[in-house]
Write a protein of this length. Structure first.
Length: 351
């Protein structure tokens, strides 16, 4: 017979509920099962997850890994109790980066940390992660739920995501970017998942609350819901364009915006010229700029400003690839070209 301690303390009394964690795993198993894809050998429940690259169709693969979070967008999700989309954000921030390296996302793992596990909230977040995985063709094969009393205020949580993809050896991007290449912009679905420390400051200046009506455009619903629109997943359209031939580079616009992300995929001696009149600034960005008195150059290095990804393509393939991307559901904007120089030069101004 095991002797009971004199004070009767338990792990649950210290704030960690193992039963709640087990209940969460049981609830999210169907969501994870939706993400199954060729190559998955084992999923949730083990000490690790197995993936067979050969079964996924690769003969000489190179692995590509990415990790990211959702930033202070989580603060809005927590304060509004609208957590259903941040899981999609988490996946998008990782897999959109993978595809820019030329990789196909294979599997995803998440890390969810909170002071006290609320099963329903956690399940809604993981179900969003599963939805992001389904949309991008990645399998949700594992993760960690950490209940850490005393580390987070009541109701708060944090998220991190980890994605692994693969490509055949020699297929990495960027490749062969050259003078005269055309820049095809792919429209964003709003602010996505960066710049939210500035967004929250602008909302504070405006005097509005998250439940107030949307103050920009003709969108219905609350300001908080509008700002929580999930990050767009560009994986499937980007892979389709890559397979069609002529894509020399892809840039995903997160922190640093167009001004800092695009130069990363341009070789030394080449820059980009972008026509800012080629697209209209979406209402949410116009409102942020006006309400916060944010200068155009600050907007361009903080936010995506309506363009979430750019494909750098061969000039003689631009029309065909625009059609491929549109057929895959993207709004495509010819932005400009690659030219001699360095960095990004802009013509016109954001309107």
């Amino acid at each position: 017979m095991t002797e009971t301690g004199k004070n009767g303390l338990t792990y649950a009394a210290a704030g960690v509920d193992i039963d709640a964690g087990n209940a969460l795993v049981d609830r999210i198993k169907p969501a994870a099962a939706r993400t199954a894809r060729p190559g998955v050998m084992s999923g949730l429940g083990g000490f690790g997850a197995l993936f067979d690259l050969r079964a996924a169709g690769f003969s000489d693969p190179v692995l590509v890994a990415a990790t990211d979070g959702v930033g202070t967008k989580l603060r809005i999700a927590i304060d509004t109790a609208n957590v259903d989309g941040v899981g999609i954000d988490l996946v998008a921030m990782c897999v959109n980066d993978l595809v820019c390296q030329g990789a196909e996302p294979l599997f995803f793992l998440d890390y969810f940390a909170t002071g006290k596990l609320e099963t329903d909230t956690a399940a809604r977040i993981v179900e969003g992660i599963a939805e992001g995985c389904v949309r991008s063709g990645a399998a949700l094969i594992g993760g960690e739920t950490a209940e850490m009393p005393g580390m987070y205020p009541a109701g708060d949580f944090d998220l991190a995501g980890f994605a692994v993809g693969a490509m055949e050896r020699g297929a990495a991007l960027p490749e062969a970017v050259a003078e005269g290449d055309v820049l095809l912009g792919l429209a964003s679905d709003g602010v996505h998942s960066n710049g939210y420390s500035l967004v929250r400051r602008v909302v504070e200046i405006s005097g509005l609350g998250w439940q107030d009506p949307v103050p920009f455009g003709d969108a219905a619903g609350s300001l908080g819901d509008a700002l929580l629109a999930p990050t767009r997943l560009y994986v499937r359209p980007a892979l389709s364009a890559r397979r069609a031939g002529g894509v020399h580079g892809l840039a995903h616009f997160t922190g640093g915006g167009l001004s800092e992300k695009l130069p990363r995929i341009l070789p030394e001696g080449l820059g980009a010229r972008i026509d800012l009149t080629a697209w209209r600034l979406p209402p949410v960005f116009a409102w942020l700029a006006q309400t916060g008195g944010i200068a155009g150059d600050e907007m361009l290095k903080t936010f995506n400003c309506g363009i979430g990804m750019v494909a750098v393509v061969a000039a003689d393939r631009a029309t065909a690839l625009s059609r491929v991307l549109r057929d895959a559901g993207e709004t495509v904007v010819p932005l400009g070209k690659v030219e001699p120089g360095a960095g990004v030069r802009y013509d016109g101004r954001l309107t």
